[in-house]
Design a protein around this ligand. Structure first.
Ligand code: SF4
Length: 216
């Protein structure tokens, strides 16, 4: 984006993992979104394809623009009262507790389905401690991110400036799957360590699910 002087450019790329043929290399866009499964990053790397860069200029058309806008407004107005209000506030990390309660939280290489320390890695703890702006109570504005035009804003932005594991908000924050595989799956209850593992995977272009499960 800097090189071409256009911040509306979008980049789909592989990192060192794809270049070196790691079998669970991901394709990353926005530095935070991983097309993670099946090793597509290794496929791109094997073809010496480092990145695909696009710049859209045409506006999407809708068959009934007025009705579409009406529905979009209804969604935004009713989000806080809907079943997905928790997804908006706590992200997919909210489902750590749900999986714990049903015995389906992968734990100790899935030898168990419950993790005694689950509350240390769940969405509420993330919201209260590691989301960007949490220390000042500004995480609803600074600690969320969204995909294009989505009102849910379920993506996490983690910032940790102190301690053993510092985390750069540029690389977003872990989803449920990453919290589970690097957390309960490995018997790890250190949320900062999991967030750091998420950052490193996004930097190198690695699928967090396969990486955490392989370590477990
Ligand atoms: S479109 Fe993106 S921000 Fe919206 S709910 Fe889906 S993953 Fe979350």
């Amino acid at each position: 984006k800097q090189e071409l002087g256009d911040d509306k450019i979008e980049v789909l790329q592989v990192g060192p993992a794809g270049e070196k043929g790691v079998r669970f290399a991901a394709i990353i866009n926005m530095s935070t979104r991983a097309n993670g499964r099946t090793g597509m990053g290794a496929v791109m790397g094997s073809k010496n394809l480092k990145a695909v860069v696009v710049r859209g200029k045409a506006r999407p058309t809708a068959a009934d623009k007025a009705r579409l806008n009406q529905i979009a407004k209804w969604g935004a107005d009713n989000l806080s009262k809907s079943d997905i209000a928790g997804l908006s506030k706590y992200g997919t990390a909210e489902t750590i507790g749900a999986n714990q309660s049903t015995g389906t939280l992968p734990t100790y290489n899935y030898n168990r389905g419950v993790f005694d320390k689950w509350e240390a890695i769940d969405g509420t703890t993330m919201y209260d401690t590691v989301l960007k702006g949490a220390a000042e109570g500004k995480q609803d504005r600074e600690g969320h991110d969204t995909c294009y035009a989505c009102t849910v804003h379920c993506k996490r932005v983690v910032e940790i400036s102190d301690g053993k594991y510092k985390v750069d908000p540029h690389y977003g924050g872990p989803e449920y799957e990453t919290l589970a595989t690097f957390g309960s799956y490995c018997g790890v209850d250190d949320l900062a360590a999991i967030c750091k593992a998420n950052q490193i995977c996004n930097m190198y272009g690695i699928d967090t699910i396969s990486c955490g499960a392989t370590i477990a």
